[in-house]
Design a protein around this ligand. Structure first.
Ligand SMILES: C[S@@+](CC[C@H](N)C(=O)[O-])C[C@H]1O[C@@H](n2cnc3c(N)ncnc32)[C@H](O)[C@@H]1O
Length: 316
């Protein structure tokens, strides 16, 4: 699959906006362009900076990419009807919309609520990508205090609006190199029936770590205002970002990453700050346990005091 991003900039050349002539003493504000190959941050000082997340500079690729060779040894998915092309040669061989999402096509563009119900529609992934390439009109990337880069709205959105989709490299579990990757989304493939046991459903991973679109920057919140959900565009299955409540302008977008990512026993600690935040609950639980432990120690200490050895009384 050919990557569709343009190559009009490079991270080393354009990392920080250059200064204007020293005489004027002001910083040059670089205009953000949606066709840039890399992502840029809107900083409070007005200077655009290249996004560097998790020690790498992610590439702006608003498409699915995949290496057919990685699927050569994968078994024919049990959720595929007989006779499909396998190993996959094209994107739709792998993520064709052949499941229960068949009625839900996003149509041509986000933001307008026009869901297409036509099963034989002619909408395409490339049409959708072109129509949504102006994402910087609606969203901007900003550095947050404790959660790395986040996505902020430039417009208000109504509940139910489709805001974008999650793009990236399509990978199998066996082709995954790095277990610390924080940018993986798992997606079912084929026609998954409602009674199929979860552990036997074939899936692929959409990896947005090195190559992805702006949705890779959506942070987690325990009171999220968006969800990722499966829909289709024409014949292609996609994972869209949908607003689950009205979202005002200037608000950070968030999704719930789930208990396996931020939970009561996970290694990662959530810093969303929501009143019902799972990590706050965890901190409260840990504090209560500490208190219990301290009280138990105190009782033991008091007991020790009560039982302390004494010198025998002197008899006169
Ligand atoms: C998919 S990335 C989101 C974009 C990321 N902030 C960035 O700068 O690229 C997920 C990572 O963002 C950070 N993050 C997201 N939500 C967070 C939260 N509620 N609390 C703390 N860190 C968070 C964590 O480092 C997490 O592994």
């Amino acid at each position: 699959m050919v990557i569709a991003a343009s190559t009009n900039s490079s991270p080393t050349k354009m990392g920080i906006a250059k200064r204007r002539s020293p005489r004027r003493g002001s910083l040059k504000i670089r205009r953000l362009r949606s066709r840039d190959r890399f992502f840029w941050l809107s900083a409070s000082d007005g200077v655009s900076r290249l996004v560097n997340s998790n020690d790498s500079v992610p590439e702006q690729v608003d498409d699915y990419t995949f290496a057919p060779s990685k699927f050569r040894h994968e078994p024919y998915p049990m959720t595929f009807p007989a006779g499909r092309v396998w190993p996959p040669r094209q994107i739709d061989d792998l993520v064709g919309a052949i499941g229960s999402e068949q009625t839900d096509c996003v149509g041509n563009t986000c933001y307008n609520g026009n869901i297409c119900q036509d099963l034989d529609c002619t909408h395409t992934l490339s049409g959708w990508r072109t129509a949504t390439s102006d994402w910087e009109k609606y969203f901007e990337l900003r550095m947050t205090e404790h959660r790395g880069v986040g996505v902020y709205t430039k417009h208000a959105f109504r509940q139910g609006t489709i805001l974008g989709w999650y793009s990236g490299e399509l990978k199998t579990l066996s082709s995954m190199e790095c277990s610390t990757n924080a940018y993986l989304m798992e997606m079912e493939i084929g026609d998954v029936g409602p009674d199929m046991p979860v552990e036997s459903i074939p899936t692929i991973f959409i990896d947005g770590e090195q190559k992805g679109n702006w949705t890779r920057f959506i942070n987690h919140s325990c009171a999220a205002d968006c969800v990722f959900r499966i829909m289709r565009v024409g014949c292609t299955r996609i994972m869209v970002v949908e607003a689950v409540r009205d979202i005002p302008r200037g608000k950070e977008l968030s999704v719930d990453y789930g208990q396996e990512y931020y939970g009561l026993t996970t290694v990662k600690i959530c810093a969303c700050g929501a009143p019902g935040c799972v990590s706050r609950k965890r901190a409260r639980m840990e504090k209560a346990m500490e208190k219990q432990k301290a009280e138990a120690t105190d009782v033991r200490t008091r007991n020790v005091k009560r039982c302390r050895r004494v010198a025998p009384p002197v008899l006169v």
